[in-house]
Design a binder for this molecule. Structure first.
Ligand SMILES: [Zn+2]
Length: 441
């Protein structure tokens, strides 16, 4: 945008600022009418009536509710905003009249139309290049972050979830600006602004008193000092016979070399590290609590040596924490609850542990409900960062490889990106790097 255009735009914004005041009043009235109409419509014909009116402040609130249900406790969801989605600029009228198609731009538009503070910020500071959205664990607080590339700036807005629920259909929400930093954290530059990998050092941009505002996860507990995974050796042996061994000798050699780089730091009695490369076209990788690490040759072939070490370190992190054991326990408890009688007594004896068919081991850890959780991924990544640092590898390699594998987008429960919750995991790990919680070398 030229200087002249910018000046014209600012003049427009000043005019629009008055419009916002007027609109704010008229929107309140409109929303009240809509709310009344919706209650009647709901009584008559169910929820479908809500979508009939097209885009409105009311539908925005429903989108919020859906988002809240989907993302509660999942940390910061980051969306890219393409300027072409708002061709007329950042004035209130331009945003109102735009017809964006991407999820991020629609969310931004909804926010501008329903939240007075966000509308004001967009007018005064222009449209952000990316936004972040988060709902607190308890669902009480919503955070909305506007990321600006030039000059670099991140503005954190916060409000109560009650503002966007049924009780307040007749009011516009009003956030408060809870913080601002003169930077866009590197993880957001990579995820939200589509920047290429950047060399170490990874700059610390999120001060410790701003960690909550940016949804930086709490540092997970260290892995236990002692583990014993020997009881899973039979599961690993069984898997080894079921999965076709890779015929790609180079992949096998590279995977073993990567393990040797990490092994000195990962030395732990009770775990017997070994890497098994199986034939698989897509990127797949998982471990077994005895210390066996399974990777597909399709994964090995698309990674360089450092990236391969980073992925192995992550899988080793799961086994340092014995996460599969936790998944198995959770599943047994659920089965016991569902079956209520005999299985319940089994759960109390510890025998239930051996009831998992080994053939389903991978299905267990990949299960969306009982498999690895977001917290497991956080713990595995934290443990991986320590291994990488000890092996003199920059821990941000792990972030870069997660970006790479997210882009692969391989469907299927065995795909690395799906089993290891990459969109959430990379955002969490990246924010920990941004906050200096992981010692970058
Ligand atoms: Zn994982």
């Amino acid at each position: 945008m030229s200087q002249a255009d910018q000046c014209a735009d600012h003049a427009g914004e000043r005019a629009d600022s008055r419009q916002v005041q007027a609109l704010r009043g008229s929107m309140k009235y409109t929303i009240r009418l809509r709310a009344a109409a919706c209650v009647i419509a709901l009584a008559l014909s169910g929820c479908a009536a809500f979508s009939a009116g097209g885009m409105s402040a009311t539908t925005a609130r429903y989108r919020h509710a859906a988002r809240q249900g989907r993302e509660s406790g999942k940390g910061l969801a980051v969306y890219t905003i393409s300027p072409s989605e708002f061709p007329q600029g950042s004035s209130f009228a331009a945003i109102r009249d735009a017809n964006p198609t991407s999820e991020g731009a629609q969310l931004l538009r909804d926010e501008v139309l329903t939240d007075v503070t966000i509308a004001k910020t967009a007018q005064e500071r222009g449209l952000p290049n990316a936004i972040g959205f988060a709902v607190s664990w308890a669902g009480q607080t919503q955070r909305f972050i506007m990321f600006y590339e030039r000059p670099p700036r991140s503005i954190v807005l916060q409000r109560s979830s009650m503002d966007v629920q049924w009780a307040s259909l007749s009011q516009l929400a009003e956030s408060t600006i809870s913080g601002e930093i003169p930077a866009v954290p590197r993880s957001i530059q990579r995820i939200g602004l589509n920047k290429e990998p950047m060399p170490p050092q990874w700059p610390v941009t999120i001060p410790s008193d701003m960690r909550d505002a940016f949804e930086v996860p709490v540092a997970p507990a260290e892995p236990p000092a002692q583990v014993d995974g020997h009881d899973y050796a039979a599961v690993a042996d069984d898997l080894k016979t079921r999965l076709p061994q890779s015929t790609d000798e180079q992949s096998r050699q590279r995977a073993n070399a990567a393990l040797r780089r990490l092994e000195p730091a990962a030395n732990l009695t009770g775990l017997n590290w070994r890497v098994i490369v199986f034939t698989g076209a897509g990127p797949m990788g998982f471990g077994v609590p005895d210390g066996s690490l399974f990777v597909s040759d399709g994964l090995v072939q698309i990674l360089d040596d450092d990236e391969l070490a980073a992925i192995l370190a992550h899988v080793m992190g799961h086994e340092r924490h014995q996460h599969a054991r936790a998944c198995a326990k959770r599943r047994n408890i659920m089965v016991a609850v569902m079956l209520v009688g005999g299985a319940f007594s089994l759960a109390g004896t510890g025998i239930g542990f051996f009831l998992i068919p080994t053939g389903n081991y991978v299905g267990l850890i990949a299960d969306p409900e009982f498999g690895y959780s977001d917290q497991h991924e956080l713990e595995a990544n934290s443990a991986a960062a320590e291994l990488l640092t000890a092996a003199k590898l920059p821990p941000d390699v792990l972030f870069d490889v997660m970006m790479k594998l997210s882009a692969q987008g391989q469907p299927g429960t065995l795909a690395y990106s799906q089993m290891h919750h990459l969109p959430v995991a990379r955002a969490q790990y990246g924010l920990m790097l941004d906050a200096g919680m992981i010692a970058a070398r």
